[in-house]
Design a protein. Sequence first.
Length: 176
Amino acid sequence: MPITITGRHMTVTPALRRHLDQRIQRLKRYGVKLDSGQFVLSIEKYRHTVEGVVVVNGRLVQGKVATREMYASIDCLLEKLERQLLKNKEKLVARKLRARSESGVGDKATFPLSGRKLEVTRAPVLLLEEALRQVEAQGSPMLVFQNATTGRLQVVRRTNDDRVELIDADPSSSAE
């Protein structure tokens, strides 16, 4: 990802550039592809201003912050960009959930299989919290679902000692 850092009425030191690069790398934890970024650092009297525009998956995410200290301005700007990315991600997940529920995911289908019938049930797309609530409310021993945030198939089951357990195909990654 090409990142352009410009200083207005100041020189951009390697330490400032390094700090900004480190903070930008944190944006990748939202599972997005950062296409490009432009940042303008400026100083006017006591105001240290940072303006940033980042192109993420073809969408513009931008912000502007002014504080009395340049490092604080960089931190505040990137927190603002993170909030925008999180809000965008939540909108996409909600849209997918709505589209899946309208298309009838969770319905059963029957297919012939060498003289026998194979019943296929599609797993509903849920957030982990919703799956836990369903297991608690229904009192069912097990629920298979597709995690809405990770897209992986997961199982929530009730153990014999009345604990709830999450079974994940890839335990190395963290659960939501």
